[in-house]
Design a protein around this ligand. Structure first.
Ligand code: ADP
Ligand code: MG
Length: 705
């Protein structure tokens, strides 16, 4: 596809398929548009009358752009997005149709929910679930070969109001955070802000490989990652891919990817080569978190669909290839007010400095107290291959602040009333300004799971395949809790400046163990973290167990993010998903080993043995063939045995009924058994002739584009 930005200027293309506020301002009567703004700000609920007007404008806009269908677009707990299309037609009874889309259809849908995971919340006989329009994220048009469809971002809840998706709890957590942050702001004298929300800009990593290779790899097709494959002579050690010149084929792809994203109003901004060969990144400009979550789902879908148009496959798995970096998603996160304050911008007057330090202290406390919860928000089978595996941040949750800011906090915590920083400024909050914090200084550390980067925090543990809804839901809830306690204290305090100073001092002194500015990838940090008593949970199954501890059940319940029942159901869904994923991976491993790799290896050994015999018969040197044949036959035997063992433990896992116990068997027994099969196969790959090997190798998938 040729995209001509001279013919169609970018400013015209941008958002042309997005029913944004700009479009609503133009298409809706003033009063209705004002009502929508108020609903978006959480000040009132949408009335059916307004919904009727919006629906009719939306339909007209969409139909003019070729839409025939609409869908309530939602995020079930699969982590993907779901849609069920309905056409706009309404037959008149005389063979003709008119196009209709009512306010009711806009604000509420009723998909048959029975086949989505609910963790026992909704029995299949009570299949009813509702989708409800999320006004904080704009509707958009999905345009592809199948036509044009109006997509309405929605939350998905059961008949009884329980959350069945990832959006509902996020909206609830945003509300909890808004409430508590406003209390703190009011307590420290802010009268102007009416709403606090979090902003997110997720950086998305992914791999591209030639579709022809992908189609020959059942493991990639079925699981998203390679369960076999030996590293070629070259990996990522030359560091020549990162920020390298983008190949033409990839540049073509990126051009179209940007074009598609811009059309639907996703502000794709930055793109570059990543560390691993054939690994790339795309980052949009940050927005309100609910819209950012939706936009990120769109980014992921669009990477895959555009890649296919270019004969490529976009791999979003957290660890598609062993031996080179996996893919992550940096969740850049901040808190903003409706009147334009970034609460993590240090500012340059005493009042904004005090506010900044107070909110930053709340983050330190939240990350320390809820480290296990934050860890669990990124607990997936794919991410188990990254966290702590010497590439991504470790499984230990810590915060990076950089030297200057840490020093300021240390001084406050040590109670040096008029403590001086190196810059010479006195630390007396609410009275003196902080020394100017150099932005780039705080951005140096790339190994921290939770890094302060000048005016936002960058949460780097998220896996590339994950929806960012859950990490942000947990994070916002944890912060809301700490802010609620801060507010309790500040609201009662007669002298605000002293109270702020005291609060930061107390909180930081208690939670500073989570602050770490050094190299998060080093072994020393693992030991140091142990000395500091910081948890280091290395696998998803253990990490998820925090969700059903009383502390966390109470936390979510208190902030109305999850009822206890909802938390428990999610715990089971996530474990089940983990088990299912390993189950499929193990099945594919057995299948590939048994039906392709073993026959190829055994056949090749026999062929070499035959050749050795023939060579010996004419008195030629036959030892190399013989030695190689024997080695391959031995390894093929090992592969055979390990495959049988894997099948055995897989049977045991499948028979285990209790969900947590079953996930444990998959983790403790099935995964190591898969690794053993892989070890034999990967050694074989290095010995069997390439022409006899049944699958494309890493040297093809990672280097050919
Ligand atoms: P980096 O140093 O990591 O490259 P950038 O400034 O390029 O940082 O930002 C990376 C991402 O962080 C982008 O998606 C950007 O929009 C986002 N970002 C910037 N400011 C904020 C903020 N206040 N809140 C949330 N995300 C932000
Ligand atoms: Mg970054």
């Amino acid at each position: 596809m040729s995209i001509d930005f001279v013919q169609s200027p970018l400013t015209e293309i941008y958002g042309s398929n997005c029913f944004s506020n700009a479009v609503m301002r133009e298409k809706l009567p003033k009063s209705v548009y004002k009502e929508i703004l108020a609903v978006q700000a959480g000040e009132k609920e949408l009335t059916l009358e307004a919904a009727e007007v919006v629906a009719s404008a939306m339909r007209e806009w969409a139909v003019n752009k070729g839409a025939t269908h609409y869908t309530h677009w939602f995020h079930p707990l699969t982590g993907l997005t779901a849609e069920k299309h309905d056409s706009f037609i309404s037959p008149m009874g005389d063979g003709s149709v008119i196009l209709e889309f009512s306010g009711k259809e806009l604000i509420k849908g009723e998909p048959d929910a029975s086949s989505f995971p609910s963790g026992g919340l909704r029995a299949t006989f009570e299949a009813r679930g509702y989708t409800a329009w999320d006004v904080t994220s704009p509707a958009f048009l999905k345009q592809d070969k199948t036509g044009v469809t109006l997509c309405i971002p929605t939350a998905f809840i059961s008949y009884y109001g329980q959350a069945l998706d990832k959006k509902t709890p996020l909206l609830r957590a945003m509300e909890a955070l808004n409430k508590q942050a406003l209390r703190v702001l009011r307590a420290i004298g802010n009268r102007s802000s009416k709403r606090v929300f979090t902003t997110v800009g997720p950086e998305q990593e992914y791999f591209l490989i030639d579709k022809a290779f992908y189609d020959k790899r059942p493991d990639l097709i079925l699981t998203g990652r390679t369960v076999f494959g030996s590293m070629p002579a070259k990996g990522q050690e030359m560091e020549d891919h990162y920020f390298g010149a983008i190949k033409e084929r990839v540049a073509d792809f990126m051009r179209e990817l940007n074009y598609e994203l811009w059309k639907v109003g996703v502000a794709a901004k930055t793109q570059h080569n990543e560390v691993a060969p054939n690994q790339f990144e795309i980052a949009p400009i940050f927005t309100n978190t609910t819209a950012a979550v939706d936009a990120n789902q769109i980014v992921m879908e669009t990477i895959r669909s555009v890649a296919r148009r270019h004969g490529l496959e976009g791999l979003l798995h957290d660890k598609p290839f062993a031996g080179v970096n996996g893919s992550g998603k940096h969740n850049n996160w901040s808190m903003a007010t409706d009147d334009g304050i970034n609460l993590f911008d240090p500012g340059d007057d005493p009042a904004s400095n005090a506010r900044f330090l107070l909110f930053a202290a709340a983050i330190v406390e939240a990350v320390d107290r809820y480290a296990l919860l934050i860890r669990s928000s990124v607990a997936t089978s794919g991410n188990d291959h990254r966290l702590g595996a010497n590439e991504a941040p470790p499984a230990i949750v810590s915060i990076f602040f950089g030297g200057p800011l840490t020093e300021i906090f240390e001084n406050i915590a040590e109670g040096k009333d008029n403590a001086k920083t190196k810059g010479g400024a006195k630390i007396e909050l609410g009275v003196t300004s902080l020394p100017k914090l150099p932005k780039d200084v705080s951005d140096r550390n790339r190994t921290s799971p939770f890094a302060f980067t000048g005016n936002k925090f960058e949460f780097r543990m998220v896996g590339s395949s994950q929806s960012i809804a859950t990490p942000n839901t947990y994070l916002n809830t944890a912060v809301a809790q700490v802010l609620s306690e801060f507010a309790d204290k500040l609201e009662k305090a007669p002298k605000k400046n002293e109270a702020i100073q005291e609060l930061i001092k107390e909180s930081y002194a208690k939670h500073k163990r989570v602050v770490f500015n050094g190299n998060g990838y080093s072994d020393e940090w693992v030991h140091e973290a142990e000395r500091r008593n910081l948890p280091n949970v290395k696998n998803a199954v253990d990490a998820l167990s925090v969700l059903v501890t009383n502390e966390i059940l109470d936390l979510f319940d208190r902030h109305k993010v999850f009822t206890k029942e909802e938390s428990e159901s999610r715990y089971h869904i996530y474990l089940e998903k983990y088990a299912k994923q390993i189950n499929i991976e193990a099945g594919v491993t057995i299948d590939m080993a048994r039906r392709a790799i073993f026959p190829a290896a055994a056949g090749y050994a026999a062929k070499l043995a035959g050749e050795a015999g023939a060579l010996a018969a004419i008195g030629a040197k036959s030892a190399p063939e013989e030695i190689r044949a024997k080695k391959i036959a031995d390894l093929a035997g090992e592969l055979f045995d390990e495959t049988a063992k894997l099948e055995n433990v897989l049977g045991e896992a499948q028979k285990t009924e209790d969900i947590p116990a079953q996930a444990k068997v998959y983790f403790q027994k099935v995964r190591p058994a898969m690794d053993a099969v892989r070890t034999a196969a990967d050694q074989l790959e290095k010995l069997v002739a390439k022409s006899a090997w049944p699958y494309p190798g890493y040297e093809d998938m990672l280097f050919v584009l």
